[in-house]
Each structure stands twice: as structure tokens, then as C-alpha cells.
Design a protein around this ligand. Structure first.
Ligand SMILES: Cc1ncc(COP(=O)(O)O)c(C=O)c1O
Length: 385
């Protein structure tokens, strides 16, 4: 029998995170600082809405674009929060997670061989999707010495290759880095000279600790027209299992994304969409979780630096990227040793880009007690190296 799986899919490396966490599975007493999801349960009033919707018999498909009431709520939310005006009728699409939004955005924009800029360190899915659709990834590698932030000059050089799209993510998974208005304007200044579309993954927009988030599309009319805004309910509202998110863009792009979505996904789950409307009225709950993440961030970053893992202070999301350079081993070896010796799981940096093999990602979406115990264990481990 001939090979059944397409060559380019067979060649696609599995997520570095997955490989490592297969090791963690089944090991008892592990403190996992590897998770990419909130440790909070979805706030009760959102869950209650989902339960009631199910009891009332909401079990059908919705329109391909998603429930109008949810699109209207998102439209109102974005107008209030960022002054952004997206029409619920044809500029907003409900997707199955930001994951699907990203896939649809890239499929809608790119033909095979088109180029896509990925800023690294990056979320694991970013280079995988261009690979799956036959597009080429151009890496814009950020440096620790520049706070893992985009250097506009380097961006300008890459833009000369006329990429179809650039994936921007802030606050960033895995570095926790976000941008000021001035920094975003400097980035936009370079992009505005081109036709490159910015796919702005702002899934952590509610989780910033030192400054308010500014949405990329709010930089001006042209920026809005050249941006696909992706956001969702997974992180800010602790709703990962609801699989609900949204994409906002001009109506031509949303029509293209909806076309693909209507053939592949049909629509998002109705119960989750109803719950998401309630989420947009749950700012108090979001504020409560943000406050707790900030408390944990302040603790863990200070402690990591103290015990010998240099770590830049992240301004958002719930991750930090710690340097392991001085221990002279690659990130997989470091993470595996730490797991075996002290039963603490962190994520090897290589999964976030070739240039990040001397880093590990540490998530603080864990209880304060677990973070305290993890620090004791990591310190003991480092002292033995
Ligand atoms: C930057 C980023 N984008 C997208 C996602 C996927 O989110 P969703 O659950 O909405 O698909 C994640 C999940 O970790 C993420 O970190």
C-alpha cells in the first residue's frame, strides 16, 4: 500500500510541547508550570447561562457567522473598549477558538508559496499553519536584549520580501511581552508602506498588568482595514473548553473566512455562543482573575531571578520566559532533568522557535501554593547542577 498521509503533513514536526507533555502524563505529584490555560473554572454566572440554555433546548446549529446577539455584543464591547467600529452584520465572524480564526485568516489570505511573517518566540501553531497550507514562513526573531520586542528596522527588511501576512501576538505567548502605543505606531509605520495584512492575535488583551492594552486596528482607518483582529473567550474568561472566539476584519476578508468556515466547521457551538454573551458582561470576574495573575507574576518573576533563572518581567498573559544559558544544556534536556529530579514541568523553549533553545517557558496559571513549592524544588535542582 502506498503512503496514505500527504508528504508535507508527515514532515510537519509534532508540537514540541506535546512531545514533552506526553512524558509528564501519568507521572504522579508533578507541579505543572507548563499549562497554557487558566487554572480558574469558568465564572459561575457564565456556566449558569450555558446550563439554562441547554435546559431550554438550545441544541441547534446557528448561522455560519454565529449568533447575531453575540456578534452585536462583541461589536459593542470593542466600541466601548477600543473605540473600534465593526459591523455585526458582515465584519465579525464567530470561530471555534482563536485557533480556527488563525487557520481561516491564513487560508483566506495565502496561496501556496505566499510568505507569512512570524515573530518569534511564537505560539506553537503560528509556523505550522503556513506549512500546512503550503505558504512560507519568514521569521522575525526578537532578542532578550531588546526585551523580546519587534525591531522595526528588522521588520522593514523582512517586509521587502512582500509577505501576504504577518502574525502579531501581544501580550505574547510565550514571552508575556506587550507593546506601548508608541511601539505599536512604529511597527505600523513600517507595515503601512506595504499591503501586508496583520493578523493580530490579541487573545490575552484582558491580561495586562502594567498598562492598558491597545488594539492594533485602533491605530487608524488604514490600520483597521489592513488588520484581522483575533480574540476569544478562552483566556480572559477562563473558557478554553467552550471553544469560542471571534475574528473582525473588513467585509471582504470576513466573507472569505466565513466561506471556508461554512464548509469546514459550519458554525460554533450554540451553547458556548450563548455563554459568551454573558462573558462580555462579566468584567468583575475578569478583574478578579487579572489581580490574582498579577500577584503570582510579581512573586514568581522575583523568585526566578533570585534562584538563578534570569527572567524579564512579562507585562501580560500568564507566562514568562526564563534563560537557562548558564546551565549549558538544551531546553529539552533541562526540562526533562527538572521533571525527573524534582517533578516540576516547564516547557522547553525550542517549541517556540529554533533560537529559543536556551529558554524555558514558565506558566503562572497555577495556584500560589503550587508556585511557592515549585520555586523550592527548582532552587534545589539548580543548586545541584
Ligand atoms: C497566542 C495564542 N493564540 C491562540 C491560542 C488558542 O486559543 P483558543 O483556545 O482560542 O483556540 C492560544 C492558546 O494557548 C495562544 O496562546
Amino acid at each position: 500500500m502506498g503512503k496514505q498521509v500527504a508528504k508535507h503533513i508527515e514532515k510537519l514536526p509534532p508540537s514540541g510541547i506535546r512531545v514533552f507533555f506526553d512524558l509528564v502524563l501519568g507521572m504522579p505529584d508533578v507541579i505543572s508550570l507548563g499549562v497554557g490555560e487558566p487554572d480558574f473554572i469558568t465564572p459561575w454566572k457564565i456556566r449558569e447561562k450555558a446550563i439554562t440554555a441547554l435546559e431550554e433546548g438550545y441544541t441547534s446549529y446557528t448561522s455560519n457567522q454565529g449568533l447575531m446577539v453575540l456578534r452585536q455584543s462583541i461589536s459593542t464591547h470593542l466600541r466601548k473598549r477600543y473605540g473600534l467600529k465593526y459591523k455585526a452584520e458582515d465584519e465579525i465572524l464567530i470561530t471555534v477558538g482563536v485557533s480556527e480564526g488563525l487557520d481561516l485568516a491564513l487560508r483566506s489570505l495565502c496561496s501556496p508559496q505566499d510568505k507569512v511573517i512570524v515573530v518569534s518566540p511564537h505560539y506553537v501553531a503560528y509556523p505550522a499553519i503556513p506549512e500546512i497550507i503550503g505558504a512560507k514562513t519568514l521569521y522575525l526573531v526578537t532578542k532578550e536584549s531588546q526585551g523580546f520586542k519587534i525591531n522595526p528596522k528588522e521588520l522593514s527588511n523582512l517586509l521587502r520580501q512582500k509577505p501576504k501576512a504577518m502574525i502579531l501576538n501581544y501580550p505574547c505567548n510565550p514571552s508575556g511581552v506587550t507593546y506601548t502605543e508608541k511601539e505599536l505606531k512604529d511597527i505600523w509605520k513600517e507595515i503601512s508602506k506595504t499591503d501586508t495584512v496583520v493578523i493580530s492575535d490579541e487573545t490575552y488583551d484582558e491580561l495586562t498588568y502594567d498598562q492598558d492594552h491597545l488594539s492594533f486596528a485602533s491605530l487608524g482607518k488604514q490600520a483597521k482595514n489592513q488588520t484581522i483582529l483575533l480574540n476569544g473567550f478562552s483566556k480572559s474568561y477562563a473558557m478554553t473548553g467552550f471553544r469560542t472566539a471571534y475574528a473582525c476584519a473588513n467585509k471582504e476578508i470576513i466573507a472569505a473566512m466565513t466561506k471556508i468556515h461554512s464548509f469546514s466547521m459550519l458554525c460554533g457551538p450554540i451553547i458556548s455562543q450563548i455563554a459568551a454573551v454573558e462573558a462580555l458582561h462579566s468584567q468583575k470576574e475578569v478583574d478578579r482573575m487579572r489581580k490574582e495573575y498579577k500577584r503570582r507574576r510579581d512573586f514568581i518573576v522575583k523568585e526566578l531571578n533570585r534562584i538563578g533563572l534570569p527572567t524579564i518581567m512579562p507585562q501580560g498573559a500568564f507566562y514568562c520566559l526564563s534563560s537557562i544559558k548558564q546551565y549549558k544544556m538544551d531546553s529539552m534536556k533541562f526540562a526533562t532533568k527538572l521533571l525527573n529530579c524534582e517533578k516540576v514541568a516547564v516547557v522547553p523553549g525550542k517549541g517556540f522557535g529554533q533560537d529559543f533553545d536556551s529558554y524555558v517557558r514558565i506558566s503562572y496559571a497555577s495556584t500560589f501554593d503550587d508556585l511557592k513549592e515549585a520555586i523550592v524544588r527548582i532552587e534545589r535542582f539548580l543548586n545541584k547542577l
